[in-house]
Design a protein around this ligand. Structure first.
Ligand code: HAM
Length: 429
C-alpha cells in the first residue's frame, strides 16, 4: 500500500483553522482602524521579489540574506526570493512613483513574510507583519509619530501602559558612543553594531566576539559606556543628533508615552540610519522583543540617487499573539454564523434553504443541515461543534404552523416565535 501523506503543514508555517484565522482577522481589523485613523493608507505587493533586492548594498542584512531567505531560480533562470520583510518592497514602490506620490506619505500593509528560521517561540518561517512607514520627512516629529502609533496599537489591542516597554536608541548616537567615547575605529563600527544586536540574547558569546575584534581594553570601556550613568552627559557633549533625539522623547513624554533609552539597542538591519526602537513585554513571559523599527534615510537610493527619508516599523502576528495571551487580552472566538437550521428529514432541506434565505436577507448569518444524520440531536451537536449560538429545528409541524422554536445553545432556553420574528429576536439578542 502506498504511504499516506502527512497532514502536518510544512515546517515552521501554520494552518489557520477558523479560530486562528479569526485572530489574524482581528489583528488586521484593529491595525486597519488604528492606521486609517492616523491618516495611513493601505498598499500591497507580490510575495515574490527579484533576489537582488535583498543582496544590494544598503539593504543587506547578512543573517537574513545568506541564511534566512527562501530563494529559487524560476524557469526563465531568474533568481526569485519570497519576501523576508516588506521594507525593501515598499522602498522600491515609493521610489518608482516618487514624482506622483505626495509627501509626507503614510503607508501601511499587512503582508505575510518568509524567513528560513529555526522554529521556536515567537519565531516561525511564515508570519504576518503589519508594516507602518512614513516617507519624506526628517522631522523628529515623524519619528515620534511612528512610536506613538506603535504605542496606540498596543493600547487598542487592550494593553495597558506598564505591560510593555518602548526602548529607543539612535544609530548615529550609537556610532558616536562607539567612536568618540569608546574609541572604536569607524571601520569596525558596523561589525560591532551587528554583534551588539545579539548582546542581550547571547551575552557571553557576543562579548567574546567583540573582544576579538576590538581588544579587551576597549571592550571594558564599551561595557561601561553601555551601562554607564555618565554616558548621557558625555553624549550630550560629543553627539550632535543627541539633542534632537531627546526632543523626540520629550514630545512623546508630553503625550504620556514613556520610552527607555537603551544605549545597546541596535536592531538587525544595516539600513537603519537614525532612531531605532523595540517594544518589550514587561511580564517576563516573552523575552523576545514584541516588535520594532526605525529610521532608514537611504533605502530608496538603491533605485536612484535622490535620497528619500523613511521611518517605520514591523509588528508580527506571532509575537503579538503571545503578548495578548500572556496578558489575557485575546478576544473570545465567536463564529460568524448566527443560526443553524436542523431538519427532521432530508426532504425538508429545500424548505430549510428557503427559510435560511429569508433570514440571510434580514441580516442573520444562517447555515442549514442536510438531514443526512437522521437524529436531530446529532445535528444540534454539529451546531455546537461550530460554536453557532442558535438552532431551529424544522419539521412538518413548523412548516405547517409557521411557528418555530429558537434555541439558545449556551443556555438551552427555547423561545416560540413566528418565522417572521426570528431575525429580529436574534439581532436584538
Ligand atoms: P524585524 O525586526 O525583522 O523588522 O521584524 C519585525 C517584527 O516582525 C518582529 O519584531 C516580530 O514581531 C516579527 N517577526 C520577525 N521575524 C519573525 C519570525 N521569524 N517569526 C515571527 N515573527 C517574526 C523588519 O522586518 C523591518 N522591515 C521592520 C520595519 C518596517 N522597519 C521599518 N519599517
Amino acid at each position: 500500500m502506498r504511504d499516506k501523506l502527512s497532514t502536518e503543514p510544512y515546517k515552521g508555517v501554520r494552518d489557520f483553522y477558523p479560530e486562528e484565522q479569526a485572530f489574524l482577522n482581528y489583528f488586521m481589523r484593529v491595525a486597519r482602524q488604528v492606521l486609517e485613523s492616523a491618516g495611513y493608507v493601505e498598499y500591497g505587493a507580490s510575495i515574490l521579489e527579484p533576489a537582488e533586492l535583498y543582496k544590494a548594498k544598503g539593504a543587506e542584512n547578512e543573517e537574513i540574506v545568506s541564511e534566512q531567505t527562501y530563494t529559487f531560480t524560476d524557469r526563465g533562470e531568474r533568481e526569485v526570493t519570497l519576501r523576508p520583510e516588506m521594507t525593501p518592497t515598499v522602498a522600491r514602490m515609493v521610489a518608482a512613483k516618487r514624482r506622483s506620490l505626495g509627501f509626507p506619505l503614510r503607508f501601511f500593509s499587512i503582508p505575510n513574510v518568509f524567513r528560513y528560521e529555526r522554529p521556536q517561540k515567537g519565531r516561525l518561517r511564515e508570519h504576518w507583519q503589519l508594516n507602518v512607514d512614513l516617507f519624506g520627512s526628517r522631522s523628529v516629529s515623524a519619528d515620534a509619530e511612528i512610536i506613538r502609533i506603535a504605542h496606540d496599537l498596543l493600547i487598542s489591542f487592550g494593553a495597558k501602559d506598564g505591560e510593555f516597554e518602548i526602548q529607543v536608541n539612535d544609530r548615529r548616537i550609537m556610532e558616536d558612543l562607539l567612536n568618540k567615547i569608546v574609541g572604536i575605529e569607524s571601520s569596525e563600527t558596523r561589525q560591532v553594531i551587528r554583534l551588539l544586536d545579539r548582546f542581550e540574547k547571547a551575552k557571553a558569546e557576543t562579548t567574546a566576539k567583540i573582544a576579538e575584534l576590538i581588544g579587551d581594553q576597549k571592550l571594558a570601556r564599551l561595557i561601561e559606556a553601555l551601562s554607564g550613568e555618565t554616558t548621557m552627559n558625555r553624549l550630550h557633549a560629543v553627539s550632535e543628533p543627541f539633542e534632537a533625539f531627546q526632543n523626540m522623547r520629550t514630545e512623546l513624554a508630553a503625550a504620556e508615552i514613556k520610552t527607555r533609552y537603551n544605549h545597546a539597542l541596535t536592531r538587525g538591519f544595516d539600513y537603519y540610519t537614525g532612531m531605532v526602537f523595540e517594544v518589550f513585554d514587561t511580564s517576563g513571559e516573552n523575552t523576545r522583543s514584541l516588535f520594532g523599527g526605525g529610521r532608514y534615510d537611504n533605502l530608496t537610493q538603491l533605485f536612484d540617487d535622490e535620497p528619500l527619508p523613511g521611518v517605520g516599523f514591523g509588528m508580527g502576528d506571532v509575537t503579538l499573539y503571545d503578548f495578548l495571551k500572556t496578558h489575557e487580552l485575546l478576544p473570545a472566538y465567536r463564529p460568524p454564523t448566527d443560526l443553524y437550521i436542523a431538519i427532521t428529514s432530508p426532504e425538508y432541506a429545500l424548505a430549510a434553504q428557503t427559510f435560511a434565505g429569508e433570514l440571510r436577507g434580514a441580516g442573520v448569518n444562517t447555515a442549514i443541515d442536510f438531514g443526512e444524520k437522521k437524529n436531530v440531536g446529532d445535528q444540534i451537536k454539529t451546531a455546537a461543534k461550530h460554536q453557532i449560538p442558535y438552532v431551529i429545528v424544522l419539521g412538518p409541524d413548523e412548516l405547517a404552523s409557521g411557528q418555530v422554536k429558537l434555541r439558545d445553545l449556551a443556555s438551552g432556553q427555547e423561545r416560540a416565535l413566528a418565522r417572521g420574528e426570528v431575525a429580529a429576536a436574534i439581532r436584538g439578542a
